[in-house]
Design a protein around this ligand. Structure first.
Ligand code: SF4
Length: 398
């Protein structure tokens, strides 16, 4: 029979573990400034630590205070976020900075309920900011913590379900240290334990490193370990297969300039500059290659009609584009995976002898040497790299 975990002891054991085996030297550790904590928390969501290590200092240097971030144009923030994906985080970062400056005089609110109302700050992020910056006894419940608790207490339901999530929140609250002064280190310890020891695929208790010196301090009371269910917990909702789509994107180049279109603020790549594109067509994965949009030859007229078919470009302009364009050249077919869908993009390029004015604020011509600094989706960056229009980021750093 496993020993039952003494909830009062959990924090003490975890803090002792952290003293010995916690991570050290991460630039966002031991911070008390809510702004710096908040930026790191948002960046660490859905981004690997190695990437954040490189990008976090740059972002903090560019926007050292919440006032600097609020005052920056959204385009600059998106450009700084470029390549990190999940761009709603950058838009929310900017919106939240404005809220803090306008509604709270540039100071982060100290109440959990007020923190949770800010753009892009969920319950767990609010808990982390409050615990780290203000020593409040507020729990966090990110994916790592859900995993630790589901395993330790043998919570068998899918952690994404509302009922199980609420159960875990309550559990997380009961495990907090009694003394508020321990909250920053306790919160960091939970994060470190989930990121390095109780990991999703190679938890220490199943690893060969699980020796006397590196033994999980909860092993004798961990329900998942005692029941051989470590890799089965936490349970996830069964995911449906992501639907696949394809589309055509067009590079229209006029000498040293390229036509870009700003995407609507809501939705995929919201607010970022992208290439003019055709409508997305749902496909089965088997039909990707045969799809009419993924092929080697197409007339200039057909291609331009496909891109500008929705009627937001005047007939006259379309005729002018068709007349002045060279024959299209096909580029790579790129597969881009979003969280809930897969997109196959066929890129084409045409050349014009000079830029043509296209009415509407969502289109603009950019010089080639301006592309690097723009907020571009990663897929568009890859297309530009494939056409040698911008340098590969790795090569640029050489
Ligand atoms: S015994 Fe294994 S599963 Fe349980 S808390 Fe420790 S590392 Fe995680």
């Amino acid at each position: 029979m496993p020993k039952t975990l003494n909830r009062d002891q959990f924090a003490t054991v975890l803090l002792r573990w952290h003293q010995q085996d916690g991570r050290a030297g991460l630039p966002w550790q031991n911070l008390r400034d809510p702004y710096a904590i908040w930026v790191s928390e948002i960046m660490l969501q859905q981004t690997q630590v190695s990437t954040v290590l490189e990008r976090y200092p740059k972002l903090m240097q560019r926007f050292p205070t919440v006032q600097a971030l609020a005052a920056a144009p959204l385009d600059e923030v998106l450009a700084e976020w470029s390549g990190l994906g999940y761009y709603s985080r950058a838009r929310n970062l900017h919106a939240c900075a404005k809220q803090i400056v306008q509604d709270y005089g540039g100071q982060f609110p100290r109440q959990l309920a007020q923190l949770e109302k800010l753009a892009g700050i969920g319950r767990s992020t609010a808990g982390a900011i409050a615990a780290f910056a203000f020593n409040l006894r507020t729990p966090i419940l990110d994916a790592n913590v859900k995993r630790i608790l589901a395993r330790l207490f043998g919570v068998a339901g899918a952690v994404q379900s509302k009922a199980v999530s609420e159960q875990l929140w309550q559990l997380a609250q009961t495990l907090l240290p009694h003394e508020a002064k321990f909250m920053p280190r306790y919160t960091q310890a939970l994060m470190d334990f989930g990121a390095t020891w109780c990991t999703a695929r190679q938890p220490i208790c199943l690893s060969q490193k699980n020796s006397q010196e590196k033994k999980c301090p909860f092993e004798s009371s961990c329900i998942a370990k005692q029941h051989n269910q470590v890799l089965e917990l936490p349970k996830k909702l069964v995911k449906k297969k992501s639907p696949a789509f394809n589309c055509v994107m067009l590079i229209i180049q006029a000498q040293e300039q390229i036509l870009l279109q700003r995407r609507p603020t809501e939705g995929i790549w919201g607010g970022l500059w992208s290439l003019p594109e055709s409508s997305w067509q749902k496909i089965t994965l088997d039909s990707v290659v045969q799809s009419p949009k993924i092929k080697k030859n197409i007339s200039t007229k057909k291609l331009l009609q496909m891109i500008f078919s929705s009627g937001h470009v005047a007939e006259k302009v379309l005729d002018q584009l068709i007349k002045l364009s060279t024959k299209p050249v096909a580029g790579l077919v790129l597969k881009h995976v979003f969280t809930h869908r897969v997109l196959w993009i066929q890129s084409w390029r045409i050349q014009l002898s000079k830029p043509i004015a296209i009415a509407g604020t969502d289109y603009a011509w950019f010089r080639l040497n301006e592309l690097d600094a723009l907020g571009l989706p990663q897929a568009i960056r890859l297309i530009f790299q494939d056409w040698n229009l911008i340098r590969d980021a790795d090569k640029a750093n050489e």
